[in-house]
Design a binder for this molecule. Structure first.
Ligand SMILES: *[C@@H]1O[C@H](CO)[C@@H](O)[C@H](O)[C@H]1NC(C)=O
Ligand SMILES: *[C@@H]1O[C@H](CO)[C@@H](O)[C@H](O)[C@H]1NC(C)=O
Ligand SMILES: *[C@@H]1O[C@H](CO)[C@@H](O)[C@H](O)[C@H]1NC(C)=O
Ligand SMILES: *[C@@H]1O[C@H](CO)[C@@H](O)[C@H](O)[C@H]1NC(C)=O
Ligand SMILES: *[C@@H]1O[C@H](CO)[C@@H](O)[C@H](O)[C@H]1NC(C)=O
Ligand SMILES: *[C@@H]1O[C@H](CO)[C@@H](O)[C@H](O)[C@H]1NC(C)=O
Length: 665
């Protein structure tokens, strides 16, 4: 029997049925406890979802981090899951690998290390999880597959975990296999072996960050595999697990969930699944993709984070309802607490869970989200009804003598748009271990013995503003805190700060594209590399940049405007692209793939020399300058608006310097 059905059995009809319609629900530990709770978390990466956060000025950046991680303040997350960057596009951008090349190791790239340290600074107990989406090309030996050389892949992943400890004193507690892609049994066993051999026997393996099956069958059939894996992680499980999953005796997690626009329906989705993932599926952890929506809003899955921080140039950020919905559970529980067996559905719709620390503390979370106000992006939500109702909770067992509970309430109000979130109400007195709540539709309640809850706040962040009209970056950074330049969002390839100490002139500090081989991809990365920047609404502007090709044979670089696509659609990006090549030619194309040529000819450009490109777009027409002289003009542009961009013709080394945009709006 499923646990949820057990709980429904504990539902007893109220004695006063003839007087009013109140149902009674027993909360007790008499028959033993339910499963151990592992926490609620957010996922940074998969991909590049925290990209813009790092470029926020203080104090706003710290404020966002406080809303996410600070205990008893905001979401107070228990878990931070991050991507192990693989140099490839993983939804909203690429994240850099710690090993671009086989003989390369660097544990200071990207921003996930920084994010983990900031999270840990606020909550030393936060659980850290890591998972690869993609791998550098050398890991697959040229094949788009990471398992032909499983020892290489395992060593690559274990290096990242060792690097986290050695360079950042971060203890990674869990590692996954390959996000939402096939797993390989031999690889999982080898990963276990490699972890153990490297002194990382406390690092647990999650499999397989996809559906319940087939990994559940694999675990039931293979005891050695079963010994290697500690957690079955399913994605977007629709709050249910499968019977066979229970037979494995493993922890069951919704290791990626939510992915819903963070308006109030998004908050409702999150409220419903946080309870239902345990009530229906016995899942003991739920992790939101994503942690914080910190990527350009015109990239895919805009605002699918617990909060929004997508404007580092203005400092504006928004604490959205999912933050407060998270707080309803996270501020009053900890990983290591246990669910009670008495959890379930409410008679008139909605659900309740109860958790205890085993030392007398009790936290009850109740939600009455209606269907239409709690739809998530996936999977489809079957119809159900919720109506207002009175619910009486009767505390028994260790909780029988509780006299008072703290009460926190959120009320979604879709009619008046005057919702209230995470309000502290007057404590609830208990009589004979009972209390009754009048529950309306679309509410979330926490009743708890814990007195530590707090609704954190900061003064309003600055008003939202458009990306600056005039933007310049000379990349003259000596000790960069991050490997990438502010506001550049890599969509294929990786663009990093570079220092050429032997350069006598003005190009000692540059930005360099460093991926030289097609990665083991997660989506269809472009065959070119590209990093976008700016305002998607930009129409008329001049983009200019100094460029330096390092590939003598086939070198090519571009600057672009009105680039209309990124993320997993980057291959089909259109715009106006001004290319120069090491063979002394130039081209103007309407697409990143270079198939629609608007102009072409001789440029005299070559590798290992600096050239200045300038691209002006005005209305329907574009023109280009090379080293200050007109090279082409009156090319007819087909896209109406989009980002500015830089990039290369193939996976090749190239440098960029003195990037500038002057836009009109
Ligand atoms: C971390 O966990 C320990 C042990 O459970 C607890 O005593 C401590 O208060 C926790 N620290 C924070 C900041 O939550
Ligand atoms: C509940 O938790 C608090 C804070 O962790 C602790 O001080 C208290 O002893 C616990 N037990 C009860 C019954 O409140
Ligand atoms: C919800 O309520 C309506 C109206 O009473 C009823 O027609 C419908 O069958 C109910 N749906 C479910 C899933 O119970
Ligand atoms: C809940 O109880 C109150 C007070 O007894 C009563 O006025 C109300 O009608 C009840 N609501 C429902 C939905 O039964
Ligand atoms: C570094 O600068 C020197 C001197 O200008 C130049 O010859 C060399 O090609 C540059 N190397 C790279 C990788 O940029
Ligand atoms: C861009 O320039 C064209 C032609 O000058 C003009 O018609 C259009 O309004 C401009 N767009 C914006 C957003 O300023």
């Amino acid at each position: 029997m499923k646990h949820g059905e057990l709980a429904a059995g504990a539902l007893v009809v109220g004695l006063s049925l003839t007087l009013c319609s109140s149902q009674t629900y027993v909360l007790t530990d008499k028959g033993g406890l339910g499963r151990a709770f592992d926490g609620i978390g957010g996922l940074s990466g998969g991909g590049a979802t925290s990209r813009l956060l790092v470029n926020y000025a203080e104090p706003y950046r710290s404020q966002v981090l406080d809303f996410l991680f600070k205990p008893n303040f905001g979401a107070s997350l228990h878990i931070l899951k991050v991507e192990i960057g693989g140099d490839a596009q993983t939804t909203d951008g690429t994240e850099p690998s710690h090993m671009h090349y086989e003989n390369d190791e660097n544990y200071f790239r990207g921003y996930e290390w920084w994010l983990m340290k900031e999270a840990k600074k606020r909550n030393p107990n936060i659980t850290l999880i890591s998972l690869p989406w993609a791998f550098p090309g050398w890991v697959g030996h040229g094949k788009n597959w990471p398992y032909d050389f499983p020892d290489i892949t395992a060593a690559y992943v274990v290096n990242w975990i060792l690097g986290a400890k050695q360079y950042h004193d971060l203890d990674i507690q869990y590692v996954g296999i390959w996000n939402e892609r096939n797993y390989d049994i031999k690889y999982i066993k080898l990963l276990r072996y490699t972890l153990d051999k490297s002194g990382l026997d406390t690092v647990r393996i999650i499999a397989s960050d996809n559906l319940w099956e087939p990994v559940v069958q694999s675990l039931l059939l293979d005891p050695e595999l079963s010994r290697a894996v500690d957690v079955i992680g399913a994605h977007y499980p629709g709050t249910t697990s499968v019977k066979e999953a229970l037979k494995t005796q493993k922890k069951l997690w919704s290791s990626e969930d939510y992915s819903t626009f963070n308006d109030e329906v998004g908050g409702g989705c999150w409220a419903r699944i946080l309870n239902h993932n345990y009530v229906n599926g016995l899942m003991t952890a739920t992790i939101s993709w994503n942690l914080v929506a910190s990527y350009y809003k015109d990239l895919p899955f805009s605002r699918d984070g617990l909060m929004t921080a997508e404007e580092p140039w203005s400092g504006s950020y928004v604490v959205e309802s999912p933050i407060w919905i998270t707080a309803h559970t996270t501020q009053f529980t900890q990983p290591g607490w246990s669910y009670l067996q008495t959890v379930g559905h409410l008679a008139q719709g909605g659900s309740y869970v109860a958790l205890t620390d085993g030392k007398g503390n009790l936290t009850v979370v109740i939600e009455t989200m209606t269907h239409d106000h709690s739809v998530c992006i996936r999977p489809p939500l079957p119809p159900f009804n919720v109506t207002s109702q009175n619910a009486t909770f009767h505390l028994q067992g260790s909780f029988a003598s509780i006299k008072e509970l703290q009460v926190w309430r959120s009320q979604f109000n879709f009619k008046t748009k005057k919702s209230s979130f995470f309000e502290k109400l007057t404590p609830q007195k208990l009589f004979d271990g009972s209390f009754t709540l009048e529950l309306a539709e679309d509410e979330v309640y926490t009743l708890t013995t814990m007195t530590t809850g707090q609704k954190g706040s900061y003064p309003d962040s600055p008003p939202s503003a458009r990306f600056p009209k005039v933007y310049k970056d000379h990349f003259n950074v000596r000790n960069p805190p991050f490997s990438e330049a502010p506001d550049f969002a890599d969509q294929t390839g990786v663009f990093e700060y570079y220092i050429n100490m032997t350069d006598p002139g003005p190009h000692v500090f540059t930005l360099r594209q460093v991926v030289t081989e097609r990665p083991v991809t997660w989506v269809a990365d472009a065959d070119q590399t590209i990093s976008v920047i700016g305002d998607y609404q930009w129409e008329n502007l001049t983009v200019s940049c100094d460029v330096f090709m390092e590939s003598v044979k086939a070198g090519g670089v571009f600057i672009a405007a009105r680039v209309d696509k990124g993320g997993q659609s980057v291959r089909s990006a259109k715009g106006v692209f001004f290319w120069v090549f090491a063979d002394g030619t130039y081209k103007v194309t309407n697409d990143l793939a270079g198939q629609t040529v608007l102009a072409e000819g001789l440029s005299g450009t070559r590798a290992y020399g600096w050239h200045t490109l300038s691209l002006t777009v005005e209305g329907q027409y574009a023109s280009g300058l090379l080293n200050g002289y007109p090279l082409w003009k009156n090319a007819v542009v087909l896209t109406k608006n989009g980002w500015a961009a830089i990039g290369t013709h193939s996976f090749e080394l190239a440098q960029f310097d003195n990037f500038a945009v002057v836009a009109e709006y």
